[in-house]
Design a protein around this ligand. Structure first.
Ligand SMILES: Cc1cc2nc3c(=O)[nH]c(=O)nc-3n(C[C@H](O)[C@H](O)[C@H](O)COP(=O)(O)OP(=O)(O)OC[C@H]3O[C@@H](n4cnc5c(N)ncnc54)[C@H](O)[C@@H]3O)c2cc1C
Length: 469
């Protein structure tokens, strides 16, 4: 199905300077090449740049009236093609300009969903406050918070979604409503992890804290020392159960293992929770020296390489086990042998402790069905140059890792159902992984707030109830 002439005419008439189609070659190319992954650099029927909720409401009414397929885009950081990018069969509704920011007297940050975390952190720091968001400053609020969102200190503050007090959301019938613990409470819970199934979120109201001070360092180790690196990772992961200020990631990469040691405080010299890493002889370089900073400086230090590449990701959640982690390493080494030239497959151990799960429960719970055990949210990433012939091989490498780790963990009784939306490949059943009760919650919310099924039928792709349960 292609977009009708009527839809183009109505959009161009409503927003004469905001609809970009192929005839505006340079603007069109820029819009097309916005996403983080080149797998999403596909030519959409049109890009419509909306500046406020009124315009967004009008655009949604037009796509609905004309039965046009659409996607919502904030920054385009999700690497799954068709989620915030489109082909000729769909229109991209770009809401990056929804960048309002207001701090209420009771410390709630009301921020437009087009903001990036870098923008929100920087603005809040001017007010000596912090909110819980992403570890990369360029990622947008929209996809991150609607998918749960893992921050630098998940055990202290829970997921990003757990810190959302209220969402302003544009429903399919054109109404702008609030969802919070008292108003549209079932929608509120469904939105804490349930993605773009219910409407377009225009504003997130976030809990803020007095400026959060963080101590962090990033070390690069020699991968040949993987057994000891994994031992240290697990020791720190175990320590998290007693000290929720500990944050960690261990990234196995091409020729190095990057370990991020993060602490939600700035202690002076003393016994370090990261001592298990101190004696590793395989330290190659201290990539980020120990720094007393903030969530903003941490996100700046941790920023991923932004050069244009094709990228695909996949995720698994497991319990913690030295044996499993070592076998994953061996699987990775084996899978790397079959990568096309120029491709890099890397993976990250992202620990979450039971305290982090409890934070969500204490705040009225989210819809993700997290189990209260120490766990690892694995993310497998393949990056490769823009050469179409390699797409299938790169995806196969990630799929192989996901399937093999799942089956290995299952055999050992270590597999957990949950799949984190932030790190999942498009075909993974993220919503199903939340469990039957939560799927029912999301279905009921969708039926109540979008009875005509606009977000199921007209949304081009995504982790949608129509295909993900
Ligand atoms: C470099 C990098 C670093 C990252 N770091 C982290 C991290 O630290 N922790 C973590 O959890 N994840 C992280 N991610 C994953 C990231 O959170 C997801 O890719 C997320 O989907 C990006 O959201 P976005 O709004 O920026 O992107 P987009 O691609 O624009 O949107 C993502 C999805 O959300 C939908 N969507 C966006 N906004 C709205 C809205 N307002 N209403 C309804 N639907 C909406 C879109 O339609 C799309 O399906 C990272 C990703 C990258 C590329």
């Amino acid at each position: 199905m292609t977009i009708s002439t009527t839809a183009f005419e109505q959009l161009k008439s409503a927003f004469p300077s905001k609809v970009v189609t192929p005839d505006a070659a340079s603007e069109y190319e820029t819009a097309l090449a916005r996403p983080w992954s080149q797998t999403c650099w596909t030519p959409a029927a049109a890009y419509v740049f909306l500046s406020n909720t009124q315009e967004l409401g009008e655009a949604l009414a037009i796509v609905k009236r004309t039965g046009s397929k659409f996607v919502i885009r904030t920054t385009g950081h999700n690497p799954n093609a068709g989620f915030s990018s489109a082909d000729q069969t769909a229109i991209v509704l770009d809401i990056r300009q929804l960048q309002s920011k207001e701090l209420t007297s009771d410390g709630i940050a009301r921020v437009g969903s087009g903001n990036t975390w870098g923008e929100v952190y920087a603005w809040l720091e001017e007010h000596k406050r912090s909110a819980i968001g992403g570890r990369d400053q360029q990622v947008g609020l929209g996809g991150f918070l609607l998918g749960g969102g893992m921050g630098a200190l998940p055990n202290l503050y829970g997921t990003g979604a757990d810190g959302v007090k209220n969402l302003e959301i544009l429903l399919a019938d054109g109404k702008l409503v609030n969802a919070n613990a008292n108003e549209n409470a079932e929608l509120y819970r469904a939105l804490k992890g349930g993605g773009s199934n219910f409407g377009i979120v225009t504003r997130f109201d976030l809990e803020t804290y007095p400026l959060i001070n963080v101590q962090y360092t990033i070390n690069l180790y020699n991968p040949e020392d993987y057994v000891e690196i994994i031992k240290a990772t697990i020791a720190v992961q175990e320590a998290m159960e007693k000290d929720p200020k500990i944050g960690l990631f261990t990234n196995f990469n091409n020729g190095f293992v990057a370990v991020g040691l993060i602490y939600g405080d700035t202690p002076a010299e003393g016994p370090s929770p990261f001592a298990p890493f101190d004696n590793l002889k395989s330290l190659m370089v201290n990539a980020v020296p120990s720094t007393n900073g903030t969530l903003l400086s941490l996100a700046q230090a941790m920023g991923h390489a932004q050069e244009a590449k094709k990228r695909t990701i996949g995720t698994v959640t497991t319990k913690v086990s030295q044996e499993l982690y070592e076998e994953v390493y061996s699987l990775w080494m084996e899978t790397c042998k079959y990568l096309p030239a120029g491709s890099v497959l890397h993976y990250t151990i992202q620990p979450v402790g039971s305290a982090g799960v409890q934070v969500g429960r204490d705040r009225g719970d989210n819809v993700m069905g997290l189990e209260s055990v120490p766990q690892c949210w694995w993310v497998f990433t393949c990056e490769w140059p823009k050469d179409d012939s390699d797409d299938a091989a790169a995806q196969k490498a990630v799929d192989t890792m996901v399937e093999s780790v799942q089956s290995l963990a299952k055999t050992k009784g270590l597999l957990l159902d949950y799949l984190c939306m932030s790190f999942a490949t498009g075909s993974q059943k993220v919503l199903r992984s939340y469990g039957t009760d939560n799927v029912k919650r999301m279905q009921e919310a969708a039926a109540k707030y979008d009875p005509e099924g606009v977000f199921q039928e007209l949304q081009h792709d995504g982790f949608l109830l129509r295909n993900n349960i």
